[in-house]
Design a protein. Structure first.
Length: 128
């Protein structure tokens, strides 16, 4: 599941993950993220922090305290790069915290595969 309010980024990430063989549910704001996450029960959530309606930090906190999503893998993807923000994301239960400006699309896909327990090299080998 991809939670991103920027339409262009949402489309790019969705296309790339679908090309990798993943089914992608999307949400454009924090409120929608909570609804979709509980309904779809995704294996992984890529979660933006700065979003309308409910912030990503609040979404993360709620997801970790909701029985249906408390063990869902969550990667925070944010423009917020301050140490305090990264520590807050991890303390709220993020499996990973990635700063958007410091990673490529391929690195995000590889990290998602690793968090899901499927190393990127293994996934590439299986795809061939």
């Amino acid at each position: 599941m991809l939670v991103e309010d920027d339409v262009a980024l949402r489309d790019i990430y969705t296309s790339r993950f679908e090309a990798e063989g993943y089914d992608v549910a999307v949400a454009a704001d924090g409120e929608q993220a909570l609804t979709v996450a509980v309904k779809e029960k995704p294996d992984l959530i890529l979660l933006d922090i700065m979003m309308p309606k409910i912030s990503g930090f609040d979404v993360l906190d709620i997801l970790r305290n909701t029985p249906e999503t408390k063990t869902t893998k969550i990667i925070v993807m944010s423009a917020l790069s301050q140490t305090a923000d990264i520590e807050k994301g991890k303390s709220l239960g993020a499996d990973e915290y990635m700063v958007k400006s410091q990673v490529t699309l391929s690195e995000v896909v590889d990290r998602a595969k690793e968090v899901l327990g499927r190393p990127a090299r293994q996934a590439q080998t299986e795809a061939q």
